[in-house]
Ligand binder design. Structure first.
Ligand SMILES: [Zn+2]
Length: 83
């Protein structure tokens, strides 16, 4: 992460976790483009599991063609949402 501050305003840049592009740091680990993509994928996985609650990560991976690391991340978020 690169930070530079001027007169109290701190601007941070960070690399997107998905595409590696530099972007203005927000709460998300992804650039705006990938954040949008993640939101789509999140919805897809959530709907998929709502319909087929017994499907595994691997099923999601093969049927929706989503990378396993992304599924893992989404499942973690879904788990936290339940609390
Ligand atoms: Zn990105």
């Amino acid at each position: 992460m690169i930070s530079c501050g001027e007169g109290g305003t701190v601007v941070s840049l960070q690399n997107c976790r998905r595409c590696g592009k530099l972007y203005l740091k927000q709460r998300s680990d992804y650039c705006p483009e990938c954040a949008q993509w993640m939101a789509d994928v999140y919805g897809q996985i959530r709907d998929f599991l709502r319909e087929f609650p017994n499907k595994t990560m691997w099923d999601i991976h093969t049927e929706l063609a989503i990378p396993l690391s992304v599924i893992q991340q989404v499942l973690k978020e879904l788990e936290e949402e339940k609390k």
